[in-house]
Design a protein around this ligand. Structure first.
Ligand code: FES
Length: 68
């Protein structure tokens, strides 16, 4: 079974807590879900008109354009 999930966020959701704020991944790329690990930085130069596919650890640059 496989599933494609579309994410458009380029940063985390901030969850305010009384002791320490938490950042929840909204880009779908974190290797430490549900928390943001900074992997969303790989999306910051994405073109809005393109569709990207990421594979493995995004920090190794494994990204390609699927549709432009
Ligand atoms: S929002 Fe996904 S890694 Fe930061």
């Amino acid at each position: 079974m496989a599933r494609l999930v579309r994410h458009e966020a380029q940063g985390p959701y901030k969850v305010e807590a009384s002791d320490k704020d938490q950042y929840v991944c909204a880009c779908g790329l974190s290797q430490n879900k549900p928390f943001c690990d900074g992997s969303h930085k790989a999306t910051l130069d994405e073109d809005e008109a393109s569709l990207y596919r990421y594979a493995g650890d995004v920090r190794d640059g494994a990204r390609r354009v699927v549709e432009a």
